[in-house]
Design a protein around this ligand. Structure first.
Ligand code: DGJ
Length: 536
């Protein structure tokens, strides 16, 4: 093509503009940002709440299989699909990458107006190494395995430096590709690196290399991290270090005691070291939020029964000491003491996102607690295609929360939002916001008692609150006991459409127990505003 001379400045200007736009798009990549009281996920410049779900492990390996699933997920109120992507399919032959599946999944997701969180299933998935390419599995010399009771098992050892390099190289190539095809659309908003890592079947790797490392001094990066962060350490880790004399030098057994806990910390250090390095290589190619998930320990279970070394709350500090590439640590939360586990992960600057959890009725309720009470930025039940139903309880919760997203994120930052789940064992909860104590209980009227309830409440103005949920009622007490009495001036139901409040019925009479309480009917999810008045 011949370019006329007079056109040159215009072309240069356009090229300059394009370069500026590309730079701006890169800077605008999805990222985490501390905004006021909460750390939020920012997508396209705005706080984003992941109303998501994780697919079964094998679904996203086939575009044909996925094709009919995307629209069903979209119709069920999901805005994000947590999507497995495996090393074996990306690099079937060493050094030759195939991103056809990635491109296909991106285009299907875009057509359905969905975002993606990819799960990088590489060296480990549920502790084991079944997703590594066969050229890795076969070469046990180059890619050494964990040894348990004298035998190699199908778990790649995190002490294998060639394994780390091979995984990191593939992950960096993947992130480079995602950057090339997605840095404008931001369909991919986050990456999970590996899946539920840790040694299963034993407390630690007993290979020769691991035994030598275990008998060597604890790296100074770890002991100095413990020293500098002593006051903020997770209580169990701090107690263990204290019990053993707060040593800053010594072998693992000397510093942490000669028990299975030292083995777990040793494995945490090595998994963390490996995965922080893989993550850093991916981030150098394309910097979007990256995290690791956790198979949570059961009550009274020992490391090895759950993957030993994964980021359980009591070793997250060890993971942080090994590097800062990972943005946060996430629980796969199936336990029934849901709120306790949320608190164990939402601490010390770690924001809450759960890539796997229970869906159904439990999920439809728990999402209100995670986003409302723990400032979570996402929720994602596992096996989501099994409940892809526009009429499901989860879909109803997601649709309502989607309509409230700008308000929820604004009030997370302001620190004046609360979420709750009530049942017979936890029939009430109290919050203090905006000059009032709110007493929230299971709903009851004319002798009818609701058995469960959940919701979210935020202070939207002086003497004004917005709530959403079902099956509960709220009474208000002014914080200062000597202050005036409080009454309900008005309650309006309504909904938000494109951020605009569309009022519905004025709720009075039976609907507010003749002015005695702010009620949320147990039969259906509702959004309501209440205004209070004060009198002497
Ligand atoms: C947790 C794992 O992370 C998932 O990939 C899946 O295997 C589920 N468990 C099965 O319930």
């Amino acid at each position: 093509m011949r370019i006329r001379l007079y056109a040159l400045p215009i072309l240069l200007l356009l090229a300059g503009l394009e370069a500026t736009t590309v730079r701006a798009q890169q800077n605008n990549a999805p990222h985490l940002e501390k905004r006021g009281a909460a750390t939020q996920l920012i997508v396209d410049g705005k706080p984003f709440l992941i109303l998501g779900g994780e697919l079964h492990n094998s679904s996203s390996s086939s575009l044909d299989y996925m094709k009919p699933i995307w629209p069903k997920l979209a119709a069920s109120g999901l805005n994000t699909v947590v999507t497995p992507l495996s090393w074996e399919l990306i690099e079937p032959k060493e050094g030759s990458y195939d991103f056809t599946l990635v491109d296909g999944l991106l285009s299907q997701a875009r057509e359905a107006h969905e975002r993606i969180v990819f799960l990088w299933l590489a060296s480990w998935k549920n502790g084991l190494s079944s997703y590594a390419p066969v050229w890795v599995k076969q070469d046990t010399r180059r890619f050494p395995r964990v040894v348990e009771r004298g035998s190699e098992v199908e778990i790649l050892s995190p002490l294998g430096s060639a394994t780390q390099e091979a995984d990191a190289r593939a992950y960096a190539a993947l992130m480079q590709h995602i950057k090339e095809v997605d840095s404008r659309d931001h369909t991919v908003i986050m990456m999970q690196v590996e899946n539920e890592v840790g040694v299963l079947g034993d407390t630690r790797d007993h290979s020769d290399a691991a035994n030598r490392a275990f008998a060597s001094p604890v790296p100074a990066e770890l002991t100095s991290y413990l020293k500098v962060h002593r006051d903020a350490l997770y209580p169990q880790l701090r107690a263990l270090w204290d019990q053993n004399g707060d040593k800053t030098a010594g072998t693992w057994a000397q510093v942490f005691g000669d028990t299975e806990r030292a083995d777990e910390i040793f494995m945490a250090w090595h998994y963390a070291h490996f995965i922080q390095a893989v993550t850093a290589r991916g981030k150098a190619a394309y910097d979007i939020p990256m995290y690791v998930n956790t198979w949570l320990a059961g009550d009274d279970t020992a490391p090895g029964d759950y993957p030993s070394g994964g980021p359980e709350p009591w070793v997250v500090d060890v993971w942080k000491a090994a590097g800062s590439a990972l943005d946060f640590y996430a629980p796969d939360l199936y336990a029934t003491n849901f709120t306790e586990w949320c608190k164990r992960y939402h601490r010390d600057g770690n924001p809450l996102f759960m890539p796997e959890t229970r869906g159904g009725e439990a999920g439809a309720a728990n999402v209100f607690y995670a986003l409302g009470e723990e400032d979570g930025f996402g929720f994602s039940p596992f096996a989501i295609e099994d409940e892809a139903d526009a009429k499901s309880n989860l879909a109803a919760s997601y649709n309502l929360l989607a309509s409230l997203t700008p308000l929820i994120t604004e009030h997370q930052s302001a620190g004046n939002v609360h979420g709750f789940v009530l049942d017979k064992n936890h029939p009430s909860v109290d919050f203090t916001i905006s000059g009032y104590t709110l007493h929230v209980t299971l709903d009851e009227i004319f002798g009818f008692h609701s058995e469960s309830g959940f919701g979210i409440i935020m202070a939207t103005g002086r003497d004004e609150f917005l709530g959403a949920g079902k099956g509960f009622r709220v009474s208000f007490t002014p914080r200062s006991a000597s202050g005036p009495h409080v009454g309900i001036a008005a309650i309006d139901e309504g909904s938000f459409e494109d951020g605009k409040w569309i009022p519905g019925r004025r709720l009075n009479g039976d609907e507010n127990d003749q002015g005695k309480g702010w009620r949320f009917d147990p039969r259906q999810l509702r959004t309501e505003k209440v205004t209070l008045y004060r009198f002497e």
